[in-house]
Design a protein around this ligand. Structure first.
Ligand code: 2AL
Length: 173
């Protein structure tokens, strides 16, 4: 895929292709389409980020709530999006033992109870040992800081998914 191809996409095709670069938030892609043409992949990414940044806090928390738990019930049931499935399996979360799964479920529940949204982490940049460690650390952060951190992870996930779609190394973005 290249940027000329992206700029030539009609609305339906664009949302089909980019509708999940922000997990289960095709509305963001729908808003980005209106802002074409894009000068390149970096410019396209900037538009996704700008729309997320411009949302009120309730909208940003809504985006976080669209993310499935790491190693949660949807992974067990095979109900994740294809992108999530690949990311979580790649981080080794599909092959946790029962004890590790239980520990993560407890931490995820504590995190959700404290902040009101699920713990979000770009799983592809972590390994299975780092996930509970990061979760336990972030659990104690102040809420405003945690919202910023979580949105930063949404950006990382978005960047990696865009890089995949373009077949480029994310370090080049
Ligand atoms: C996820 C997910 O599904 N993929 C990823 O990188 N992070 N979910 C999450 N709660 O962080």
């Amino acid at each position: 895929m290249d940027i000329e191809k992206v700029n030539s996409m009609d609305f339906g095709e664009f949302v089909d292709v980019f509708g999940n670069v922000i997990e289960r938030c095709p509305l963001i892609a729908a808003a980005v389409w209106s802002q074409r043409p894009f000068s390149g992949l970096e410019d396209l990414e900037k538009h996704f980020f700008a729309i997320v940044d411009a949302l009120p806090q309730s909208g940003q928390e809504g985006i976080l709530r669209c993310h499935p738990d790491l190693a949660g019930r949807e992974l067990q049931r095979g109900a994740l999006t294809a992108e999530s499935q690949r990311e979580q399996a790649g981080a080794g979360l599909a092959s946790l033992g029962a004890g590790e799964r239980l520990r993560l479920a407890e931490l995820n529940a504590q995190y959700r109870a404290r902040f009101g949204f699920p713990f979000v982490l770009a799983a592809r940049l972590q390994d299975r040992a780092a996930v509970p460690r990061e979760l336990a650390r972030r659990l104690h952060c102040p809420p405003a800081q945690e919202l910023r951190t979580a949105l930063g992870e949404v950006r990382k996930i978005c960047r990696l998914r865009l890089a995949d779609l373009f077949g480029v190394d994310p370090a080049r973005l």
